[in-house]
Design a binder for this molecule. Structure first.
Ligand code: NDP
Ligand code: 3PG
Length: 496
């Protein structure tokens, strides 16, 4: 159970503590933030509402601890990360339980998130050892006018304190995808978990604590983003921000100083289906892509653009797949579970009401009970409807019928978002041309969008973000390049 056994020290009188100086602490604010269970809509957990002074302290400690950590041999850093990964996987059950209660993640998916996170940390440790242990060696004589009298040694060095802010939907996985690259590269790390998902994050941080990382190297500040977010992101001690979430990321980019930013933001992932696609394969694939975790994935299929001549057939097959989805509480491992907050459910409903008013075809009856929204396919959606462009982050999927590939590409590229897209066709030549024409960070051919596996590069264009994720790219992004030039008194050539 959450907050018991090895996790007993992270809670005090029903309020989970924050993590500073290698210890679990109560905030001097005396205030807490309630985490509402999306299924019961009752307070499930409470976390500390940290103060600015506590943020300053965590930042100061992180700055100090980083200097020593950067001197720790790379293999030792990797060893500690492997240890943390093993502890995380060993304690997957209580962490998954938090995910079920805080964000209504279906029970099996919650376990997978924790296991995947442990694997990510281990992979990151191995990749770090490979790529950070190597540099470049350049000689001056490759540039016109120069002799071989200068040798340049290029290596990757840490940035300092990295601030990690993950979103609610993958609070553990999208936290470790920032923590592990930061640490292996010799940085220290301050985590600000999402409010919904904070307790799962605190349990995960305790796994790093148990692994024995140096005091102060990792800090975890809890509180509402709207209250302490600006203070954190504009803190002079922060030397890099890795953020995943919605439009908040755009605001942060405008306010942050001259530091590297990794922003993974929203998406309106388009799925183009051509005449020759195998609809028996396509329909369940789109339904899984659109409705898993109730559509609360940045990589969920968020609009289907199907050639008109096969649209009836595809919609029928999708309806059949949707009818098989189970709807109910996450504890029962249902496919569709309550969305994260009441305001999120209200927003989804606004989009549905707008679509109804403007004449979309409802393939199922719209049904909502509290935060639980039944899966809904909207056919004959037109560009004047909000659902054609906005990200519901819920179990509602619009279908737009198109008469040409160009029409589909045009819709995809007219979006403010450019995260992922996908195309279903048997014609690989056409698929490549369409992939090149779609202005998104990734295009999947014959499968719905997905971020994983976690070592694949993952990036968004336009309002979907800046920088690229994926283990290797994150490690590189959390380092800077250092050159040391050896100047010889005379040119020196090796004769072989
Ligand atoms: N491209 C990608 O990889 C992904 C993108 N997303 C996108 O994230 C969105 C849903 O996630 P959601 O958690 O609601 O996103 P939000 O942008 O609302 O929140 C993300 C994180 O930012 C924090 N935050 C809020 N305000 C501030 C602030 N002023 N300064 C600093 N941090 C702040 C939140 O904390 P708090 O919870 O306390 O408010 C949370 O930890 C969707 O748009 C989705 O597409 C989600 C997953 C992956
Ligand atoms: O936040 C998200 O939506 C995740 O990045 C999705 O990850 P996945 O596509 O690998 O499930």
């Amino acid at each position: 159970m959450a907050g018991t056994g090895v996790f007993a020290e992270i809670i005090d009188e029903e309020v989970f503590k924050y993590y500073s100086e290698g210890e679990w602490m109560k905030s001097s604010s005396g205030k807490s933030v309630a985490i509402i269970n999306p299924t019961t809509r009752k307070t499930q957990y409470k976390v500390q509402a940290c103060t600015k002074e506590e943020v300053n302290k965590v930042m100061g400690n992180a700055k100090g601890a980083q200097k020593e950590w950067a001197k720790t041999p790379l293999w030792k850093r990797a060893e500690l990360l492997h240890k943390a990964a093993a502890i995380l996987k060993e304690h997957k059950d209580p962490i998954a339980e938090c995910l079920v209660k805080e964000i209504a993640k279906p029970a099996k998916d919650a376990i997978s998130e924790v296991v995947r996170s442990g694997d990510l940390v281990s992979y990151c440790a191995e990749e770090g050892v490979r790529i950070l242990g190597e540099g470049k060696f350049l000689t001056a004589d490759s540039f016109p006018g120069h002799e071989r009298n200068k040798y340049c040694l290029v290596s990757k060095i840490p940035l300092g304190v990295v601030l990690a802010i993950p979103p609610f939907n993958y609070p553990v996985n999208l936290a470790v995808s920032k923590i592990a690259p930061a640490l292996i590269a010799g940085n220290s790390l301050v985590l600000k978990p999402p409010t919904q998902g904070a307790v799962a994050c605190l349990h995960m941080v305790h796994c790093f604590h148990l692994a024995g990382f140096p005091k102060g190297l990792i800090g975890c500040i809890t509180g509402k983003g709207s209250e302490i977010g600006d203070f954190l992101t504009m803190h002079p001690g922060v030397k890099c921000i890795s953020f995943t979430g919605g439009d908040t990321g755009i605001a942060i980019s405008k306010k942050a100083g001259m530091i590297p930013l990794q922003m993974e933001l929203g998406g309106k992932d388009a799925c183009i289906v051509l005449e020759d696609a195998d609809l028996d394969q396509v329909a369940p694939n789109i339904v899984k892509g659109g409705f898993s975790y109730s559509g609360q994935r940045c990589t969920a299929v968020k609009v289907v653009l199907v050639m008109d001549c096969i649209a009836d057939a595809l919609v029928e097959k999708m309806k059949a797949s949707i009818a098989k989805l189970t709807v109910g509480p996450p504890e029962d491992d249902c496919d569709i579970t309550p969305v994260v907050t009441e305001s999120s459910a209200n927003y989804i409903e606004e989009l549905v009401v707008d679509a109804r008013k403007k004449g979309a075809t409802f393939c199922q009856e719209y049904r909502r009970e509290s935060n639980l929204i039944w899966p809904l396919l909207l056919d004959n959606v037109r560009p004047d409807m909000r659902i054609a462009w906005e990200e519901p982050f819920g179990p509602v999927l619009p279908v737009i019928r198109i008469n040409s590939v160009e029409e589909g590409i045009h819709h995809c590229n007219a979006s403010n978002f450019g995260l992922q897209g996908c195309v279903f066709t048997k014609d690989i030549d056409k698929a490549i041309l369409i992939s090149d024409a779609m202005e998104t960070g990734t295009v999947q051919i014959n499968s719905a969008p997905a971020r994983g596996p976690d070592h694949f590069p993952f990036q968004g264009l336009r309002d979907s973000g800046i920088g690229s994720q994926g283990i290797t790219n994150s490690i590189n992004m959390m380092t800077k390049v250092k050159s040391t030039v050896i100047n010889l008194p005379t040119p020196s050539y090796t004769m072989g």
